[in-house]
Design a protein around this ligand. Structure first.
Ligand code: 2HA
Ligand code: ZN
Length: 276
């Protein structure tokens, strides 16, 4: 079987298109990486030669030998499903960790996303937390970016706000969301800051820019971002309608957590009921 016909390429095509259609990946905005296992790679007949070697500008040696299907730098999510072999690539991290071997894709001379440092550093963090997590996704959800202008950039306060905008939020991201300061995109520095937050959170807000998120598979990570953005969208609608007359309370959040068997981040919500 050829890799172009794989479920991995099909899913990448589908999700990049969904992200584009939501308006979260204008122009060349956004990027995705998905780790594949050796046994998955072995199923395809056209992945056994190195097409070329691509240097990377940071040390990815903790991931040596791993395979990633990744979107290309400068590529438009609008187009990925039409030209997957041009706009995405499958790479293996070399033993030295300072370059990747291209096994498939980027067939017009392309390279991995400019946010590859943030992706790979995030993979390093998340594999320590949970080795099943193999997807990292970055996009520019409109209402989340807007919130980063109007709300104090405080993790507890934004996490609690998002939890209270819909019953779904606490269940989907009980650990809340992490937030880094505004930083220049595409740098190793924003990559390191993001990866540090990823030790604790699966969602990291990039103020005035977008979001980084991770998880087991494409649908799960996409769903995580959708849920965060939906909460932000409700907040936008609420603020435009007027004053808030009632809301989900802390006690309601505690009941939700018990019912759905999730543990809220104790720094953002205590499970102990306050009496008196
Ligand atoms: O890939 O979204 O953050 C383009 C970007 C950079
Ligand atoms: Zn971006």
């Amino acid at each position: 079987m050829k890799f172009i016909d794989s479920k991995f390429v099909k899913k990448m095509n589908e999700i990049t298109n969904e992200l584009y259609r939501h308006g979260w990946d204008e122009r060349n905005g956004g990027n995705i990486s998905l780790r594949l296992t050796q046994s998955e790679i072995d199923q395809y007949e056209d992945l056994n030669t190195t097409l070329r070697n691509i240097p990377i500008k940071f040390d990815a040696s903790p991931l040596a030998g791993q395979y990633y299907l990744v979107t290309g730098t400068g590529r438009y999510f609008k187009n990925v499903h039409k030209y997957p072999e041009r706009d995405t690539g499958l790479v293996r991290i070399t033993d030295e960790g300072n370059s990747v071997d291209l096994l498939w894709g980027f067939n017009d001379g392309g390279q991995p996303t400019s946010e590859f440092p943030a992706h790979l550093m995030t993979h390093i963090s998340r594999q320590k937390v949970d080795n099943n997590q193999r997807v990292v996704m970055h996009c520019h959800p409109t209402n989340l970016v807007a919130l980063s202008f109007t709300h104090k950039l405080d993790e507890a306060s934004i996490s609690r706000l998002l939890w209270k905008m819909q019953a779904e939020s606490l269940v989907v991201f009980p650990e809340g969301v992490g937030i880094i300061p505004y930083m220049t995109p595409g740098t190793n520095e924003i990559g390191q800051e993001t990866a540090d937050k990823m030790n604790e959170f699966r969602v990291v807000v990039w103020p005035h820019h977008g979001v980084f998120a991770c998880g087991d598979n494409m649908d799960e990570v996409y769903g995580l971002i959708e849920t965060v953005e939906k909460a932000c969208m409700i907040y936008t609608a609420v603020r435009s309608q007027g004053n808030i007359l009632q809301s989900i309370t802390d006690d309601d959040l505690r009941d939700l957590a018990k019912s759905f068997n999730v543990i809220p981040n104790p720094e953002f919500l205590s499970m102990a009921t306050v009496t008196g």
